[in-house]
Design a protein around this ligand. Structure first.
Ligand code: AQP
Length: 348
């Protein structure tokens, strides 16, 4: 599909949204090396929608600086996150792939929405409490107002559905509250979005402490399996995963470690918990851990090959970013102008 040359969508890209399709938006922070938690909870599911929805997927670099980042690392990870989106199957001809800081409307709407988000609401956000505890030396205003910027990311595009892991549910609920509040004051302006949370994989836990979420910013490298870990490292990490003193591969409420490994195995193989229990009947945790490691390494291998191919072609990644941000800006500015007019700003 070609874009129109007259006023309207930019002409340099290759895709244009269909009026008949609903809209999807999601993002990932380039705040560390991406883990299988990010993949199974979010990125793997993004590809499910590309034929049936209009999809926008963003690398949210502005969110990443709420925690101090090394600038060169942040730049590298921004390219890498985009390449991982594509290596996971997102076709830039069918999805708008872009970098948040390339579309100024995010920051512009973020400021407006800051003025429609309550201090008490932000204070209750679990992620703010967790990250402030982890970064006690740098509890900055951006960390606190992160959810208003996330609301702007979503509301700019009149989004229907946001695929995320369960940890982001509280932020989506706040986004809905902000949208409803604004709509009530100024009449309908924003679509009120729904979250899409996968049934299996909504929360992958740490291999070192299976009561905690696996997080790319965890300092313990053995707690996480990174998407770019090599096969031996993946298998070694699963072999060392913390479980319990039982030996039977069977899910139970108190067996956090085994439940987590069963979830991961289920996500990578498509097997149900009952099938997994049957497969490992009479075999110990050792056999099971090895099988989880192998299934994970097998699934990630083609993704890694494609990732390395893409990373060798920075110019292509930059073209994808540029086309994506041009089209995203075109869509975002429509909502932003409406918002500016409604709150009483004078049009330029
Ligand atoms: N462990 C997880 N299980 C399932 N889903 C997860 N997600 C993150 N961790 C898990 C989902 O991945 C998407 C991108 O997350 P993000 O980068 O926006 O930030 P996050 O949720 O804070 O992820 P991390 O890995 O914990 O990053 P850091 O350590 O930087 O804070 C989201 O959809 C998220 O739900």
């Amino acid at each position: 599909m070609r874009r129109k040359a007259e006023a309207g969508p930019p002409a340099n890209g290759t895709m244009e949204f269909s009026k008949d399709k609903k809209i999807i938006f999601s993002g990932v922070q380039p705040s560390g090396n991406l883990t299988i938690g990010n993949y199974l909870g979010a990125i793997k599911n993004f590809g499910l929608f590309q034929e049936t929805y209009n999809c926008l997927y963003c690398v949210v670099d502005m969110h990443a600086i709420t925690v101090r980042q090394d600038p060169a690392e942040l730049r590298r990870r921004t390219y890498e996150t985009l390449a991982l989106y594509m290596a996971s199957g997102l076709d830039p001809e069918k999805n708008v792939l872009f970098v948040q800081s390339h579309v100024p409307a995010h920051a512009q709407l973020g400021w407006v929405l800051d003025c429609f988000t309550m201090f008490g609401e932000l204070s209750r956000m679990t992620q703010f409490k967790d990250k402030s505890a982890k970064n006690a030396q740098n509890i900055n205003a951006g960390l606190f107002t992160y959810p208003s910027l996330m609301a702007a990311d979503i509301l700019l595009y009149q989004v229907d559905l946001v695929p995320v892991g369960i940890d982001q549910m509280q932020h989506i609920e706040l986004t809905r509250d902000i949208a409803n509040r604004f709509n009530q004051i100024y009449s309908d302006t924003f679509k009120v979005p729904e979250a899409y949370i996968p049934k299996t994989g909504m929360k992958i836990n740490s291999l070192a402490d299976p009561t905690k979420k696996m997080s790319k910013s965890d300092e313990n490298q053995n707690a996480c399996v990174y998407l770019l870990d090599d096969r031996d490292t993946i298998i070694r990490k699963f072999k060392r995963a913390v479980t319990d003193s039982d030996t039977v591969v069977k899910s139970a409420p108190e067996k956090d470690g085994i439940n987590n490994l069963m979830t991961i195995y289920s996500c990578f193989t498509g097997k149900t918990f009952e099938e997994i229990e049957r497969e490992f009947d009479g075999r110990g945790y050792g056999d099971f851990k090895l099988a989880v490691g192998e299934a994970c390494a097998d699934a990630l291998s083609p993704l890694q090959t494609e990732f390395h191919r893409l990373m060798n072609d920075k110019a292509y990644l930059e073209t994808v970013m540029k086309n994506g941000s041009d089209y995203a800006s075109y869509l975002a500015n429509k909502t932003l102008s409406k918002v500016y007019r409604k709150v009483g700003f004078i049009a330029k």
